[in-house]
Every structure is written in C-alpha cells, then in structure tokens.
Design a protein. Structure first.
Length: 360
C-alpha cells in the first residue's frame, strides 16, 4: 500500500500551472518524506529490548539499509540530515531502511536503574540477528558512525554472509591503549561526560568554531533526559576490544566497504579505492550530506544497485566513465572505480574497487 502511494505521487501528479519540473520534484520529495513517518518496533534480545524504526517498504532481491548511530546520538540525531537530504531520496526509494537505536537511546527511553549491566559493543552486535529475524530480512548494507560503525563491523565479521556492503564513518577499530586511557582519565578530571562525548563526535576545530550545528548538538547532549544511559553506551565504547582486522588474513571484512576517514593502513591497498573530499569534520553525515550522498551513490553503483539512469544529471556526468553497467533490478555486477576528479573530490584506484575510502 505504501508502495502504491509512492508511485501515485511520482507518476500521476500533474504539474500545476506555472510549476517547473524542479519545483514539482522538490514537492514530490517533500510529500514522500511526509508520508513515510517510519514504524518503530521493539524486539527482545538476550541483551535487553532493542528499538528500531523502519522506513519504506522491503524491495524484492534488495538488502535493507541498516544504520547504527554513534554515542550521544540516536538514529534521528545521527542520520536524519543524511536520509532526508534531497539527492538521497533517489537512492533510498530503492531500499527499505532499518534505523537501530542502541538500548536506552530511543526517544523517551526511561533511565536504566543504577547497576544496570549495559551490553558491550560486541553484545550490541549480537542483537542485530534478532532484528533481522523479526523483520525476516536476509541481507543488509550497513551504515554506521563511530561506535555504530564498530558494532556493524563486528556484526559483519560474525555474519559475513548477511552483509552485502558497509559504510563505516569514523570507525576506530582498536581498543583503547594505556596512553588513551591516561588521556581519557585526565580529561575526565576537568570535563563533563557531555563535553567528552562532544570531543569524540566533533573535531577541536569544529567545537571551538561553535557553529549553530555544534550549539544544537551541545544542547541536545547536555540536556539529554537519558544522559545516564548515554554514559553507559560511552563506557561500552571506551571498553571495546580490538576488531583485529588483518590485511589478507582470516579476520577481515569480506564485503565491499566505503570507509569514511582514516583506517586505510589496515586495509589491502590493492583492493582499496580512494575518494578524497574537502574538510567535513567528525560527523560528515551531518555537515556534508551532499558529499556523502554522492559517494554513497558511487558505492551502490559499484555494487550494481544504482543504474546510472536513476542518478541525477550531475552525478551521471561525473560517474559515466567511472563504473561498469549495473542494473536497478538487482542484476548485480562488480564494477571498477577509476581515477576521476569531481568538484567534491578525487576518486582514484587501481584494481577493481572492493573498498572505497572517503577522506573528509
Ligand atoms: C529515512 O527515510 O530513512 C529516515 C527518515 C527520517 C530519519 C531518518 C531516516
């Protein structure tokens, strides 16, 4: 039914007198966003109840896009600006989205009782099969930021057959070393939990710039009614284990990966493509949704999920020579990503792109 509504808006709505196709497209996007408010579910897992929100309808032969947010945020504060970005609509209309909230991070979550044993990041990864089973979804493309990127990587290491691709933004795959702990303890002497989390989310430059976005997120985190819960997720993040990625070894991500910032030294350079972009700080999905959307399109096209015919004219002209043909119907083919400059950055690689790195 939701599918039908989408089609009616795109196919049958006539242009109003004097309305340009561009204005009609914007109106259509706004209507689609308004119609699809998402459905929130909770599922019991061995590590407590987990809440997630599903947008769109499942598409046959297509993975779900499953997101996992960073510490201090929830799915909305982490991903709404990206998923509601104009150009993102032509991508996400082809996928159902499952946005997971870490326990106690969902809107209106009650504060956990004192002494509550919050799951480790590895245990949070182990809750994902319960969600997929509940929804009867077999494969995903994961999109994670910070702690969420770590959780999705751990899930992918344990369930590689269910992960078709991963977008990892600002992942730190290593456990804290003793130097990190010393610095953490020292900072904790003079800073509040909220400030420490802000320091994890944003660069020092961004924080001292104190833009409207920083003020907004400082306000959200400082006044969060579930700040105690957030501290528990923060502690789990700080106690994470090494993911122990091994280049060419057994412990490695087998699916295509779009890696946003750092971590290239851990990946096989013969399998890595690079997309360099201008500065976008610690949360590029908030500050540079356009650049990330474009990179995501290249990534999906490389996996065979975005035909160039469903991309914007601008993206199409940039990517026409970058990728081999891919069908929107799920007839997937691995493609190459080749050297090419664009306004937002540079793409370069040698052999067929399996992993793509985006430096923000
Ligand atoms: C989505 O369409 O996937 C979405 C909408 C609102 C917030 C986050 C994601």
């Amino acid at each position: 039914m939701a599918e039908l509504q989408e089609v009616q808006i795109t196919e049958e709505k006539p242009l109003l007198p004097g309305q340009t196709p561009e204005v009609a497209k914007e109106a259509e996007l706004a209507a689609r966003i308004l119609l699809d408010r998402g459905q929130t579910h909770s599922v019991e897992t061995p590590y407590g109840s987990v809440t997630f929100t599903v947008y769109g309808t499942p598409k046959p032969k297509r993975p779900a896009i499953l997101t996992y947010h960073d510490v201090g945020l929830n799915y909305k504060t982490c991903f709404q600006p990206l998923f509601q970005f104009g150009d993102m609509q032509e991508i996400i209309q082809n996928f159902v989205r499952v946005h997971v909230d870490a326990p106690g991070m969902e809107e209106g979550a009650p504060v956990f009782p004192v002494g509550y044993q919050y799951p480790s990041l590895d245990q949070l990864a182990d809750t994902i099969p319960c969600i997929l089973q509940y929804l009867n979804f077999s494969t995903i493309i994961g999109v994670g930021v910070g702690a969420g990127a770590y959780i999705l990587s751990r899930y992918a290491l344990n369930h590689q057959e269910t992960v078709e691709g991963l977008v990892l933004i600002n992942i730190d795959p290593n456990a804290k070393g003793w130097m990190d702990w010393a610095a953490h303890k020292l900072t904790g002497l003079t800073s509040s939990i909220a400030e420490m989390i802000l320091g994890h989310l944003f660069s020092q430059e961004e924080l001292s710039g104190n833009s409207e976005l920083i003020q907004k997120y400082r306000n959200i985190i400082t006044h969060a009614p579930n700040l105690e819960n957030i501290e528990l997720y923060w502690n789990s993040y700080n106690n994470r284990r090494d993911l122990n990625f091994e280049r060419g070894g057994d412990i490695t991500l087998k699916c295509p990966v779009m890696l946003v910032v750092e971590c290239n030294s851990k990946l096989d350079p013969t399998q890595t493509s690079f997309l360099k972009m201008a500065d976008s700080g610690g949360q590029p999905q908030l500050t540079q949704p356009g650049k990330l959307t474009e990179a995501f399109k290249y990534f999906l096209q490389g996996m065979g999920y975005m035909a160039s015919s469903c991309m914007t004219r601008l993206s199409r002209s940039r990517t026409a020579s970058l990728t081999s043909a891919a069908s929107i119907d799920g007839n997937r083919s691995r493609s190459r990503t080749l050297s090419q400059s664009s306004e937002s950055g540079t793409l370069s690689s040698g052999p067929p792109g399996h992993t793509m790195e985006v430096s923000c």
